[in-house]
Design a binder for this molecule. Structure first.
Ligand SMILES: [Zn+2]
Length: 322
């Protein structure tokens, strides 16, 4: 029965192709002509001239892109005990599927747990992250999460800056690029001009995973706690509450939250305290919040130890300390 259906389908395709094959031919010729035109254009003096004209802006964009990537770079905070490695074999003869057991992962950000723990983690994510990933509410941990938030938020701001800046650069060459290239080759155009690819995804936010797999391996539930900007802000408050409870010095200083970052930028008039670059002159300028005396050297998150720096100055400063 199945064979007959296949024969009918193939016969239909063959008859269809035989009647419209001239259309295929025309399409193929058009495609080849387009590819030739495209290759010719990107080698033409006209294109090279456009590229050279905006070269500095593109380099600046690319450097910002690399800076954003370095801001995203962070290691997940987890202080779980190292229990060592072991090998495991399932030698049972029962014909179970056990698909969830087979796909089971053991990673620092995954906690394999009972169904109850998985459910409760959903209700009280921060409590459970602290408990099962060994995160202690200390000044040091708090400072680490604050610096992660400070970097991630700058990275998210940077993504918007780079997008608008890129659009501005591309708009400035609107009249110099043939309409066909603009319409059908926009991605290639960006690449040929020298723009490095910008990763707009938020997949870099660290994730704590609670995973329950039934003993037979046929059922599983998962609770993901994603440390995005919103959750980081809330986690910082959560940690600081715990620390305050223990009567530490945390209560004496400000918390590096999104609110404080905004307040410092407003206080400094959205101007880089180092080089004087401002949002007024450069609307897409990425501004960051910097500890004048770094936290690593005992600097505190107090308003007088914080300043607004443009990403270029902050990048230079960061390089110097390292
Ligand atoms: Zn600056």
């Amino acid at each position: 029965m199945k064979v007959i259906i296949w024969i009918i389908i193939i016969a239909l395709i063959v008859s269809l192709v035989s009647t419209i094959w001239p259309l295929f031919l025309i399409l193929a010729i058009l495609f080849v002509a387009w590819k030739l035109y495209e290759t010719y254009y990107y080698k033409s003096p006209a294109f090279i001239a456009v590229k050279q004209r905006i070269d500095t802006y593109i380099n600046d964009c690319n450097e910002l892109n690399r800076h954003i990537e370095s801001l995203k770079d962070t290691t997940l905070i987890s202080n779980r005990t190292d229990y060592g490695d072991a090998s495991y074999k399932d030698s049972s003869h029962w014909d179970y599927k056990r698909k969830h057991l087979q796909g089971q992962k053991y990673a620092t950000n995954v906690h394999n747990c009972s169904r109850t723990v998985c459910d409760n983690a959903r209700k009280k994510p921060f409590e459970y992250v602290c408990k099962y990933f060994g995160i202690k509410a200390t000044e040091e941990t708090l400072a680490n999460y604050e610096s992660i938030l400070n970097n991630f938020e700058a990275a998210e701001d940077g993504k918007i800056s780079i997008q608008t800046e890129k659009k501005k650069i591309l708009d400035s060459i609107q009249n110099d690029v043939p309409i066909l290239i603009k319409k059908f080759s926009s991605k290639k155009l960006e690449k040929k001009l020298g723009f490095e690819e910008v990763d707009m995804s938020t997949a870099y936010f660290p994730k704590y995973i609670f995973k329950y797999i039934s003993s037979g391996g046929n059922a599983s539930t998962e609770c993901d706690v994603i440390m995005d900007i919103d959750n980081l802000n809330r986690f910082i408050l959560f940690l600081s509450e715990k620390i305050k409870f223990n009567k530490s010095v945390a209560g004496q200083r400000a918390l590096m939250t999104s609110k404080l970052r905004q307040r410092i930028k407003e206080r400094d008039g959205f101007i880089c305290k180092q080089c004087g670059a401002s949002v007024q002159q450069e609307p897409n300028l990425l501004l960051e919040i910097d500890h004048i005396i770094p936290v690593s050297k005992g600097g505190l998150t107090t308003e007088d130890n914080l300043q607004t720096l443009c990403w270029r100055c902050n990048r230079k400063k960061g390089n110097k300390i390292n």
